[in-house]
Design a binder for this molecule. Structure first.
Ligand SMILES: O=C(O)C(=O)[C@@H](O)CO
Ligand SMILES: [Mg+2]
Length: 263
């Protein structure tokens, strides 16, 4: 089985953010990821990781005003300065937590807009350069437009082509199985084809974004495929538990898959 990381933005939300580290460790996880750490000092996050023997698998660069609906700023030409500052902030948290990959959200915008494409490309090159100095990968994640209408990076092929064109060794693909299935399907074949550039994987059931093994995909098969393909990274459990987080961890502890939608 792959190495799973509990996503603390979606899982264990029964307790306060800093208490989710202990909850994840108690449930058997040895790694965590989350959207953003920035409401807490880096030392506080580092202390929780250390106290509970957890590895930080991933988090995101600052995304602009997330509460106001922004979903990253990388494709916004007039936000380049803020993006650069954000990379420094993320690096401070990276140093404290030891994380080895960071995701940069693209923002809302159109790939038909040349200025947005240029801004995004520049942002990727800049962030990759800064992160490379620290030995950290930059991962780019295509996100489906049903969950995030108007999101700039909603195409796997375009993202893979950009990564190939840039040829920067620390720029990789964040392959979220949930988004891939909604956007294009053909998950196992895409995973195999894209494996050379995959830097992080995430999973949730489709269509409800609940626990793995409860939706339309055969997640056991996909996890075995990741092993067969030699994927050595983390699989982030980026799902909204259908009920209490711990009640839904049967899939993680090897229980047989559920059948049909949760009631
Ligand atoms: O929506 C997703 O899928 C994500 O991974 C976001 O959390 C952006 O990182
Ligand atoms: Mg994701």
């Amino acid at each position: 089985m792959p190495r799973f990381a509990a996503n603390l933005s979606m899982m264990f939300t029964e307790v306060a953010f800093l208490d989710r580290f202990e909850a994840a460790a108690a449930a058997g996880f040895d790694a965590v990821e989350f959207l953003f750490p920035y409401e807490h000092p880096p030392e506080a996050i580092a202390e929780r990781l250390k106290a509970h023997g957890l590895t930080q698998a991933l988090f995101n660069l600052p995304p602009g005003d997330f509460a106001a609906g922004e979903r990253g700023i990388a494709c916004l030409p007039d936000r380049a300065g803020e993006l650069r500052d954000g990379a420094e902030t993320a690096l401070a948290y990276a140093r404290a937590t030891g994380v080895m990959r960071l995701h940069m959200m693209a923002g809302l915008g159109s790939r038909q807009d040349a200025a947005a494409v240029d801004a995004y490309r520049d942002a990727v090159v800049f962030a990759a350069g800064r992160l490379a100095d620290a030995g950290i990968d930059l991962v780019l994640e295509p996100i489906n437009g049903r969950d995030m209408p108007g999101y700039f990076l909603d195409d796997f092929d375009w993202t893979a082509a950009l990564i190939a064109e840039l040829g920067l060794p620390n720029v990789k693909l964040q392959f979220d199985i949930y988004h891939r299935q909604i956007m294009r399907g053909d998950v196992a074949t895409a995973m195999a084809a894209l494996m050379p550039i995959i830097g992080h994987v995430q999973v949730a059931s489709v269509p409800l974004r609940h626990e793995p093994m409860t939706g339309e995909l055969n997640d056991s098969f996909l996890f075995a495929e990741l092993d067969r393909l030699g994927y050595a990274g983390f699989v982030g459990c980026e799902y909204r538990p259908a009920g209490a987080t711990t009640d839904g961890l049967g899939w993680f502890h090897g229980a047989p898959p559920a059948r049909g939608r949760a009631a």
